[in-house]
Design a protein around this ligand. Sequence first.
Ligand SMILES: Nc1ncnc2c1ncn2[C@@H]1O[C@H](COP(=O)(O)OP(=O)(O)OP(=O)(O)O)[C@@H](O)[C@H]1O
Length: 367
Amino acid sequence: MITKLHIRNFRNYQNVDLSFDSGVQMILGKNAQGKTNLLEAILYLSTTRSHRSNDDRDLIRYGEELFIIEGEVARSRQKIKLKAIGESGKKHLMIYQETVAKVSQFIGECNVILFCPDDLMLFQAAPKVRRRFIDMELSKMSKVYTQTLLQANKLLKERNQFLKQNQTDDIFLGVLDEQLAEKEVTIMEQRKAFLAKLIEFAQPFYRELSDDDTMLSCAYHTFVSECDKESRKQAILEKRKKCRERDYMLKQTTIGCHKDDVTFYLNDHPIEEYASQGQKRCVLLAMKIGLVHMIYELTKEYPILLLDDVFSELDQERRKRLLKALPKEVQIFISATDLDVIDLEGRSFQVWKVHNGTIHKLKGGIS
Ligand SMILES: Nc1ncnc2c1ncn2[C@@H]1O[C@H](COP(=O)(O)OP(=O)(O)OP(=O)(O)O)[C@@H](O)[C@H]1O
């Protein structure tokens, strides 16, 4: 759980110091006051990224040069201090005031699962949104994955830059392709295993939330189908060789796991075509709860759960079922404009009021 949070010049917050306890943190406030901004700051400490912007400059308070987010995180065995500073084009990440050399060292130190209204677009959005979802969640669970993905992206960038220069050099591309294929084998393997596990974990929660027996499944789409490592690598190299002329012509890498996708199904029907809004919300919620439990299975620590603007969209019964599916050890941040009845099933809670970039505690107790 996050016990202390300091935010400076982040979005509409100028200088804020907060202390949280375990249990549910209700973040209340009118529209456009800074509720999502607060959750975004917590998410940033986990993933070093915003879920709303790819450009850290958007996160700096208007007119300022940099933002700072500092958090004290109580983990099962120790307290850890994380600090992220974002300035134009640069990020500085620190653990206990020591700069970390690699982003992958920082990600996963404070695990956070976010569920926000935009997540409902996951099923019909462009493939890159689903890839981003897989990459974000997998990175929290596997440092190997984070590192491999960063290396693959670097190689891909290098390959594309070379292709843009209008040159042909099969030997140079062959060397790059060999290295890229190596990384892609690992990425594909981990993505496939992650998706299978995600469905396995989400299925019982979907049943619990929706009260029906619909089967959840998914199909992972990538550009080679071979199963074992070595033949997969060979297949990648062959396919890429076949596409080389096209790559030269189009000046970009036309195939690769940077184009992967996944389709989610309910009873074998693609969710984007078949499911109602309510069913989509249930599937997503089940996946998020599944992720909380997956992270626990892997790390023996529960992640923090952020529910941005979604709790109030659920009826009383579903809210109850959602809380029942989450152990009391999970620290949950819930943002809402107002909640008439807070029935938190005997959990401890704190209520915070957000107003125009300021935040103060209203009350706390046991529901
Ligand atoms: N870089 C920035 N600098 C200063 N203010 C910003 C910056 N980025 C966004 N804001 C302001 O933050 C506010 C939006 O905050 P936020 O998205 O947290 O709203 P919210 O309280 O979650 O509202 P809603 O209930 O509508 O979702 C807006 O007033 C916006 O102008």
